[in-house]
Design a protein around this ligand. Sequence first.
Ligand code: NAP
Length: 267
Amino acid sequence: MSYAEVIGDPIAHSKSPLIHGFWLEALGVDASYRATRVAPEELGDFIAGRAADPEWRGCNVTIPHKLAVLAHVGDPGGVGDSIGAANTIARGPEGLFATNTDAAGFYAPLAELDLAGAPVIVIGAGGAARAVLFALGKIGVGKVSLLNRSPLKGAALLAKFGLKGEALPLTAPLPPARLVVNASPLGMAGQPPLAIDLAPLPEEAIVYDLVYAPLETPLLQTADARGLETIDGLDMLIGQAALAFELFFGAAPPRERDEELRALLTA
Ligand code: NAP
C-alpha cells in the first residue's frame, strides 16, 4: 500500500498523521500516512532508502530537517534560495524534489484581504518567520516591524526578503499595524506567553498566531478581549497540509469538511 509520512526529531507531537489520515479516509484513498522519527545523522540514508521504495509518495519535513533535506533532493522551485527551508518532499518527473507549502498555507487565510502597502508586525526570526516573510513580500505589504529576541537576526531576515522596515527587540512597544503575526514559539504549551501590549494597535488590526497548541493562545485571548480579529495556527497547519496532500496522493482534500477536521484536531 502506498504511504507518506512526516519526519522530524522529535515527532510524536505532530498533528500531520491526524490531518492526512482524516482526508485519506474521507476520500476512500487506499494509502496511509504516519509519523517517523529521523535523527539528523540518519537523514541521508533515510531519504535514499525511501527513494528506492515505489510505495513511498513523499514526506512532510519538520524540525530539525527543514534546511538539511535540501542537500538530498532536487529543488526545482528554488525554495532553498527563496525561503531557506523546505517542509515537503514529493516525487516529480526528475525524481524527489523539495518544496515549501508553509508560505502558501500562511497566506491562505489572508487571501481575501487587501494588505498591499499595509504595515505589518512579525514576531520571531526562525523557520516559520521565513515562510511568513516570503509570503508578505509576495503580497507587497508596507513597512515590516520584525520583533525578535536577537534583533540582528531579524535585520538579516528583512534584508534577505527585501522588505523595508525595522528590526526591534521583543521588548519594543508595538508600532501601529494592520496585521500582527506571531511566528515564534512563545505562547506554545511549555513556553512562556508572548508578553506584548496590543494597546497601540488600531481597531481594524488582525492578530495571527502560528502557534496551534494551545489553539487559544494568551495572545489571541488578549486580542479577542480587545475586539480584534484573530486567526489561529490551525488555518495555516491545515492549509500547508492540503497542498502537500495533493502532491503525495494526487487528489484535492475535502476542504468542505474543515470544521470536522478542526474539531478532531482540538479534541
Ligand atoms: P524556530 O525556528 O525554533 O524559531 C525560533 C524563533 O523564536 C527564533 O526567532 C527565536 O529567537 C524565537 N524564540 C524561541 N524561543 C524563544 C524564547 N524563549 N524567547 C524569545 N524568543 C524565542 O521555530 P519555528 O519553526 O520558526 O516555529 C515557530 C512557531 O511557529 C512554533 O510554535 C511552531 O509550532 C509554529 N509553526 C506553526 C505552523 C502552522 O502551520 N501553524 C507552521 C510552522 C511553525 P532567536 O532568533 O533570538 O533565537
